[in-house]
Design a protein around this ligand. Structure first.
Ligand SMILES: Nc1ncnc2c1ncn2[C@@H]1O[C@H](COP(=O)(O)OP(=O)(O)OP(=O)(O)O)[C@@H](O)[C@H]1O
Length: 705
């Protein structure tokens, strides 16, 4: 225990430093604003050199001002006292004093690494590590770790009981927080892993895999900004709720350039949120679907013309279905893509008609070219071509799978009869219910198989055009800003990302790996996940193959995280007991925090499930300050949401056990856990996920009878 005076003195000392930093910051902000103004004034001087100078000045000044504003809150959060007596303050960005002395080191800079990596066993020259908490511009708390007692001067104060636990017990808001002040050593190693190749991070629930993945994105943007901001970073998460949950982390680190996508929104214009039952997802996600889709894209259009009849100079020219199919097959030979091969198909029709006209010995037949031109002018012929070989959108072709006769044909010898039955059932109400998340990867595959229609080149959008059609761009700074914005607003089907982050990777199906892989051909990767949490019930070997194909031969760097920072030890014990049913010997993370509150297990008659759930939710909303999640079996989501309609949003969220992937709530009410477990494929693993979402309170409500 530290005595009060020492604590107050230490806080006061940190406050003095913080005051100095903020004063300097105000000065820098003032300089930046001034520089911007001076830059514009230089313009009036007029010569070219002055203009260039002005542009650069205004650009840097504006950029600097933006960063200074974004990183104001919690700017300084750490301090290192080194062996030689040197003191370093660590913060969200680097700040230098008037004489270029370092006031704050950026957390991503090499000099700050020791803040995260030093331990008593390996102090890395650090004697004391201090975590500083502040609110607005006031220091509110400090917590020290004495890492090298032998090297500590006798008057060195050590206060608090470690910054991490204090942070972990705070209630959470609706979005995820950044953890920049309390990143732990094993996490830091993964965050700073080499930029190239593939960084693979695994670990049990709550070990910070998502946090690491996002901080790594920020680290990469810092260490090689032009490469990663220029090419772009894609962050892929399992669901729309999850993407919403993590959306604020990067902006809180001052980074807004990454593209966040859920698996259901990877394809332009799509935002699927519906999930399939695991056994259906296993079929839709299997690599064998590629074969099924390949057959579909070669098939005749449903309702298309079965033959072509054309009266030419009194003779009937006729191509029947077999001939038309033959022409289409030949045009699509050697992997040609359907939307790109219309011309070849049309040429095939012309050639067949010409051959027929010659065979029939039609009198005064013109040259072949003139014959074709003549036919091409005929409206009924043009109508035929349009109907026989239309431009196809992937959505059209996916719709063909909803016709059982077609599906059976495409799947013959590829899928089992039972698998076809599952798909027939799944696609029965496609028009009404819309696509599921798993369908989006099929759309993307179809898109690759169909290709893009060849279109005349359009005039490119003027990248320097400002909003509202104003073309006037006064400075290089404006141009830079416009270019940055253009980068941020990449086209929806942009694919050349410089880095791809895949979160909850254990749930990415083989077909989804192909979809993500298409966006990361030139990328380095960060892949995080936990195999014990997967809902995938398909072929594991196929999954490995698809993942390896997406990641290619890039060098891999593996990291394992071992501490669960989310769940109280009491809650994780329940989750642990669940997963042990399946994997008795699995290495599990250690939950570091105990609340002394045991999870509550309620068993109620089925008729009372609604009332018991509503009561439990009411209690939890009173007991925790932050969010409450209600997790349900997939088929029960809407029913349960109905029971709770009108309740305490935005603190309350109702999600299915599959949407709960990656999520975190302070209190969780888990409805009908037995129904989740009952799924023979992935029930236990999905229940394990649901049981490991709560930070403070867990209530399970099990219906009987
Ligand atoms: N070093 C840390 N300091 C403070 N909080 C941390 C730290 N590491 C992780 N956390 C917190 O622990 C919680 C779990 O982290 P995260 O969601 O990244 O875990 P995860 O491994 O992705 O979990 P899951 O696999 O269960 O989805 C989050 O609230 C995160 O902010």
């Amino acid at each position: 225990m530290t005595d009060r005076t020492t604590l107050e003195q230490e806080i006061a000392a940190e406050q003095r430093h913080l005051d100095r930093v903020y004063a300097r910051l105000a000065e820098l902000r003032h300089f930046a604003a001034q520089a911007e103004k001076d830059g514009y004034r230089l313009a009036r001087v007029g010569n070219f050199g002055a203009l260039v100078e002005r542009d650069a000045m205004v650009f840097h000044a504006a950029q600097r001002r933006h960063v200074l504003d974004a990183e104001h809150e919690g700017l300084v959060f750490g301090r290192l006292d080194l062996r030689e007596g040197q003191v370093l303050h660590v913060g969200r960005l680097g700040v230098r004093g008037e004489d270029a002395e370092t006031l704050v080191v950026d957390w991503r800079a090499p000099a700050a690494a020791a803040f995260y990596q030093a331990t008593p066993a390996q102090p890395l020259g650090v004697v004391r590590r201090r975590t500083i908490s502040s609110s607005a511009e006031r220091v509110t708390r400090i917590e020290d770790d004495l890492l090298d007692p032998a090297a500590a001067p006798p008057d060195m104060a050590v206060v608090g009981d470690g910054g991490l636990l204090a942070t972990l017990s705070r209630a959470t808001g609706r979005g995820m927080r950044d953890i920049v002040a309390t990143i732990q050593r094993e996490q830091d190693e993964a965050i700073r892993s080499p930029a190239s190749g593939v960084t693979i991070v695994s670990g049990g629930p709550g070990t910070g895999k998502t946090a690491v993945a996002l901080h790594r994105a920020a680290y990469l943007l810092y260490s090689d900004r032009s490469r990663y901001a220029g090419g772009g970073i894609l962050v892929v998460g399992p669901s729309a709720v999850f993407v919403e949950y993590i959306a604020s982390v990067l902006p809180s680190l001052g980074e807004e350039t990454a593209t966040l996508r859920s698996l259901g929104s990877m394809f332009p214009g799509m935002g699927a949120t519906r999930t399939d039952p695991p056994e259906v997802a296993a079929v839709k996600g299997s690599l064998r679907m590629r074969r099924v889709l390949e057959r579909a894209v070669r098939d005749a259009v449903p309702g298309g013309p079965g033959e072509l009849r054309l009266l030419y100079r009194g003779e009937l020219l006729r191509l029947d279905r077999r001939e038309l199919d033959g022409i289409r097959d030949r045009a699509l030979g050697r992997g040609a893509r359907r939307n790109e091969s219309r011309r070849a198909g049309f040429d095939g029709v012309f050639a067949a008609l010409w051959a027929q006209a010659r065979r029939l010995g039609i009198g005064r037949l013109p040259e072949q070219r003139a014959f074709e031109d003549e036919i091409a002018e005929r409206p009924e012929f043009r109508e035929f071509l349009k109907a026989w070989w239309p431009r196809l959108h992937p959505r059209h072709v996916l719709g063909w799978l909803a016709r059982p006769d077609r599906l059976r044909r495409y799947a013959a010898g590829v899928l089992s009869r039972a698998e076809v039955g599952l798909l027939v059932e799944a696609y029965r109400a496609l028009d009404v219910e819309g696509l599921t998340i798993a369908d989006v990867a099929l759309l993307d595959e179809l898109d690759a198989l169909l290709g893009k229609p060849l279109q005349p080149k359009r005039a490119r959008r003027d990248p320097f055009q400002l909003a509202g059609g104003v073309r006037e761009l006064s400075t290089h700074a404006d141009r830079q800003r416009a270019a940055r914005e253009a980068a941020r607003e990449r086209p929806e089907d942009y694919r050349d990302f410089a880095h791809v982050v895949v979160d909850e990777a254990q749930d990415v199906s083989p077909m989804q790996w192909r979809m993500i892989g298409r966006r990361g051909r030139l990328a380095s990767w960060t892949v995080v996940g936990d195999p014990a949490q997967t809902a995938w019930t398909g072929d594991p070997e196929e999954l490995t193959r698809a993942r390896d194909a997406a990641l290619g031969r890039r060098r891999r760097h593996q990291f394992e995280l071992t501490t669960n920072y989310r769940n109280s030890a009491e809650i994780f014990a329940v989750a642990e007991a669940e997963i042990r049913r399946l994997y008795p010997d699995l290495a599990l993370p250690r939950a570091v925090r105990s609340t002394g509150v045991a999870p509550v297990e309620l068993t109620v008659p089925a008729a009372e499930l609604a009332a018991a759930t509503v009561a439990a939710v009411g209690d939890l909303l009173g007991e925790v300050e932050g969010t409450v999640g209600v997790i349900t079996p997939v088929p029960r989501r809407d029913e349960v949401a109905g029971w709770l309609a009108g309740r305490a949003a935005p603190r309350l969220q109702v999600v299915t056990s599959l949407q709960a992937k990656g999520m975190e709530y302070d209190g969780v009410v888990l409805v009908a856990p037995g129904e989740i477990r009952a799924d023979p494929g992935s029930g236990v693993r999905t229940l394990y996920v649901a049981l490991s979402r709560a930070t403070q309170r867990l209530v399970t409500v099990e219906p009987t009878g």
